[in-house]
Design a binder for this molecule. Structure first.
Ligand code: AMP
Length: 224
C-alpha cells in the first residue's frame, strides 16, 4: 500500500502514520521528522532547513523533493510506504508524480485527516515530543505513563520549537493557502479519502483502516 497522509498541522498524521505503518508493515516517511533529525545532527541539510522549520515556514520544494526521491529508492519502500507531511505544495505533488513515474509505481490513496481548527490549536499546544525517539504525546489526551518522560526511551519530553501559539497560527494559515489545494489535486486523480479525525486515536485508526479496506473492495462489518 502506497499512501499519502495529509491534513493540517496537529491533525494526527504522525500518530496515525505510526499505527498504519505497523499494521501494514511499511515504513512511515515523515518529512518533519527527517528535517528535525537533520537539524539535531547539524548536517548541511539541517542547517539549511533550521530557520524555516523554526519559523513555521516551508522548506523549498527542491530540497524536499530531493529528500523524498532519495528515500523512495531505499529497498524498504519496495512493499509500500506512508508519506506523512509530504507533499505540502502543488509543485511537490507534481514532483512526486514524476518520481513515482520514474520508479514505475503509483499511489493507492491519499488519506486526508479532517479536524476542526479549534481542536487543531488545542492539540498542538498540548503536544509533547521526545527528542530521542520522536514519539509524540498529548498531555491531555495521550499522556506518557510518567509525567514528562518518554515511555519508549526514558528521555525528557519537550515542546516542538514550532508549537508556540503564534507559530501554530502561522502554520495553519500556510496550510490553508498552500497545502489545502492538494485536496482538489488528489480528488481529481480519484485518490482522495477524507476521514473525520477528531475522535480517540484508536477510533480514528479503526476508521482509516475500514475506509481503506472498503476502498480496496474488502468489506468488513462496521461497529454494532
Ligand atoms: P511536521 O512535523 O510535518 O509538522 O513538519 C514540521 C516542519 O517541517 C514544517 O512546519 C515545515 O517547516 C517543515 N516541513 C516538513 N515537511 C515539509 C514539506 N513537505 N515541505 C516543506 N516544508 C516541510
Amino acid at each position: 500500500m502506497r499512501l499519502v497522509l495529509m491534513g493540517a498541522p496537529g491533525s494526527g498524521k504522525g500518530t496515525q502514520g505510526v499505527l498504519i505503518s505497523r499494521r501494514l508493515s511499511v515504513p512511515q516517511i515523515a518529512t518533519g521528522d527527517i528535517l528535525r533529525s537533520e537539524i539535531q545532527s547539524g548536517t548541511p541539510l539541517g542547517l539549511k532547513a533550521n530557520e524555516f522549520v523554526g519559523r513555521g515556514e516551508y522548506v523549498s520544494d527542491e530540497l524536499m523533493l530531493g529528500i523524498i526521491e532519495s528515500r523512495l529508492v531505499q529497498p524498504d519502500t519496495a512493499g509500500g510506504f506512508i508519506l506523512d507531511g509530504f507533499p505540502r505544495t502543488i509543485p511537490q505533488a507534481q514532483g512526486l508524480d514524476r518520481v513515482l513515474g520514474r520508479l514505475g509505481i503509483r499511489l493507492d490513496a491519499v488519506v486526508k485527516l479532517d479536524v476542526s481548527k479549534k481542536a487543531l490549536i488545542e492539540r498542538m499546544v498540548s503536544r509533547r515530543v521526545c527528542p530521542g525517539c520522536a514519539a509524540v504525546y498529548n498531555i491531555r489526551t495521550n499522556p506518557p505513563k510518567a509525567e514528562g518522560v518518554c515511555d519508549r526511551c526514558g528521555r525528557q519530553l519537550g515542546l516542538r520549537t514550532d508549537d508556540t501559539e503564534e507559530t501554530v497560527k502561522k502554520r495553519l494559515l500556510l496550510y490553508e493557502v498552500t497545502t489545502a489545494p492538494l485536496i482538489d489535486y488528489y480528488d481529481g486523480q480519484g485518490l482522495l479519502v477524507i476521514v473525520l479525525a477528531e475522535g480517540k486515536i484508536d477510533d480514528v485508526a479503526e476508521l482509516i483502516e475500514r475506509t481503506l479496506d472498503q476502498r480496496a473492495g474488502k468489506s468488513r462489518p462496521g461497529p454494532a
